[in-house]
Design a protein around this ligand. Structure first.
Ligand code: PEP
Ligand code: MG
Length: 325
């Protein structure tokens, strides 16, 4: 199997009917980076910066952050990197930050909420990223955004940092793209506005599923109660892909479902043309794509979503469809 996937490395990621789907890689530590060349991933679609912070013994200084981001950029000289700003809080704790007693940490003070309330932290991270991206295209996205105003506030901070660096004679990115993670369901009802404000959208399906179904993603007792391939989730995902197409903004998905071949099939059928996944998933997803008729899959999935069936039935029917391919 592994050998078979290795052979697909240089095969273009095109479906049977010629639809191109960019397969990006998720990363979070330096050790992940050699997989970009190994898998021939289109880019790093999600670099989770919190892992660098979680292994440190105190909050990394700006110079240390810069060195880290610069070494990521240098390791991938020919492909874009999408950094995500710090996504801490909830299940991700920094040992050197005071631990808050929160009744519902998943709904608590986390990610961009911390960044906006402690702008010095967010600024130092953005400054380090922007410096590290000097002369190149740099993509930065913000996690757990719930309102368009939050995104705009974060964007303003990033653009101000870029201006400051520019005025002080530092190199800045040739093209700074600021994106939003779509993982809080409130964004589903402000899609036009968020797609106009952001340069790109990236669906965090792990959290979007958790919040859409009110199911703790880490609680085994409930985590399997809902299916990512059920109509509500698929309709939400379809709406995000559709707004990207209408507004001309790239949409990718970087949650775990993008790396599972059957789920990836559904996403491509819904209109996704970029998926970011663990390196080990790129081969299996590409193998699925090469055998897929996207047009046929889209029609089939549409009728399954309208059928009124439950998630597990949709999954079973979709698997039958995939097996017949
Ligand atoms: C997600 O929520 O789907 C996601 C990609 O982010 P994380 O898993 O790091 O929360
Ligand atoms: Mg998330």
């Amino acid at each position: 199997r592994q050998e078979q996937y290795r052979k697909l490395r240089d095969v273009p990621a095109l479906s049977l009917d010629g639809v191109q789907v960019d397969l990006h890689m998720n990363a979070g530590v330096m050790l992940d980076l050699p997989h970009v060349a190994e898998t021939n991933a289109a880019s790093i679609g999600l670099f989770r910066t919190e892992l660098l912070f979680m292994v440190a013994s105190k909050f990394p200084r700006a110079s240390q952050q810069y060195a880290l981001y610069k070494s990521v950029m240098d390791a991938i000289p020919d492909r874009p990197v999408t950094f995500r700003t710090l996504d801490i809080g909830g299940d991700k704790i920094l040992p050197y930050m005071p631990r808050l007693e929160e009744e519902n940490p998943a709904l608590g003070w986390r990610a961009i909420r911390i960044g906006l309330d402690r702008p010095a932290l967010l600024r130092s991270q953005l400054r380090a990223m922007i410096k590290a991206g000097a002369g190149r295209e740099l993509r930065v996205m913000f996690p757990m955004v719930a309102t368009v105003a939050e995104f705009k506030a974060a964007r303003t901070i990033a653009l101000r940092e870029q201006d400051w660096l520019c005025r002080h004679g530092h190199g800045v990115p040739s093209d700074l793209r600021l994106g939003v993670m779509v993982e809080v369901p409130s964004l589903l009802w402000q899609l036009d506005e968020i797609a106009e404000a952001a340069d790109f959208l990236s669906v965090g399906s792990n959290d979007l599923g958790q919040y859409l179904f009110a199911v703790d993603r880490d609680n085994k007792r409930v985590a399997t109660r809902f299916d990512m391939l059920s109509a509500p989730m698929l309709r939400a995902l379809a709406a995000v892909a559709a707004v990207g197409a209408v507004k001309g903004k790239p949409v990718t998905l970087c949650g775990e479902m993008g790396g599972k071949p059957l789920e990836a099939l559904a996403l491509i059928a819904l209109g996704y043309r970029g998926l970011s996944m663990a390196p080990s998933s790129i081969g299996p997803v590409k193998a699925m794509l090469l055998a897929l008729d996207v047009d046929k899959a889209s029609h089939h999935l549409k009728s399954l979503i309208q059928s009124g069936e439950d998630g597990p039935i949709i999954r079973e029917r979709l698997r039958d469809f995939a097996d017949e391919q």
